[in-house]
Write a protein that binds this ligand. Sequence first.
Ligand code: PLP
Length: 394
Amino acid sequence: MVQTISAFDRIGEENAFAVLARATALAQQGKDIINLGIGQPDFQTPAHIVEAAIKALRDGHHGYTPANGLLATREAVARRTLTTTGVEVSPEEIMIMPGGKPTMFAAILMFGEAGAQILYPDPGFPIYRSMIEFTGAEPVPVPIREENGFAFSADETLSLITPQTRLLILNSPANPTGGVTPRAEIEKLVKGLDDHPHVAILSDEIYDVMTYDGEAHTSLLQFPEIRDRLIVLNGWSKTWAMTGWRMGWSIWPNSGRGQGLYDKVRKLAVNCWSCVNAPSQFAGIAAIDGPQDEVARMMAAFDRRRTLVVDGLNALPGVSCITPKGAFYAFPNIAGTGWQAKKLASSLLEDAGVALIGGPDFGVLGEGYIRLSYANSEENIERALQRMRSFLEG
Ligand code: PLP
């Protein structure tokens, strides 16, 4: 047998993709499956964005692009960042990436190695921990608690920092909980980080505009005191229903303590994916600069479904669900059902035809919870809740 490096024995996965594959296989066998598993909008990419990509191809944009992205795309991201955060960012700090995940990959690879510690949210997006383990660094979970509205706690986060901490990963609005951390808590965290100048921050803000009830998103970019050690992950996947396009961006420090980071990630791109394809980048510009009415319509639909899901879940025996403030996930507490979360998720898929994800797929603190993505029609959500009721009462 050929021998690979041990890092590959530590790399993990995102179980949502396995659930999607199983749900698809069951559907192909003729079973009626309602998919509340995968985290992707059930909307098509708006037509004007698709047209921009087609036009780019027709106009002959078939070749390599710069490793850090087309200047026009980076300028569009700078405009969008100013609109959403009020913060001016230079195109020289922006990387266009093939999706949101590659920023995670690059940042964790840049700071993780044996002996280093990286703080990440638990429950949280599973790739954080997987990549930390891949690098040989020690993953240090920051508990995300239901009693805290699934916001992170500044005090608890700061208390976990040691001289070995290299990187702190934050995510608000959050997957899998839908939690949004209030501005006051973020201010407290940033203030506390003053005492830990050796810690870099990766803020995953991919759901930035996906908030409800007028809840404002606070970007870590709004704190100039940490700008030179802050990496912000964002992208097109969720906001414009573009998951399959593989289009993301990140903002990197390019001065002070963060001098050189931008160039490092640019070199990583050269070594790995060279560049992001041109038509997608033209589509990305159209997404940012074009009409946002379809985004608003999608968010209005998510908001209606959110109410439906939360009310429906709270009416199920043994289930309670706090109202998520962002993203398109509900993270109900299922402890009262007596089921283990992963067992419940797989039984619901196999026996009731409802695909969702067990909380432990997002970290050890996910036990006692399941994640439902409400990226599905109101009709299907109602049918799924009905099936869950019959199953739990069964
Ligand atoms: N970050 C979070 C919190 C996510 O939930 C996701 C996708 O589910 C990503 C990043 C990755 O996004 P992309 O599909 O653009 O790689």
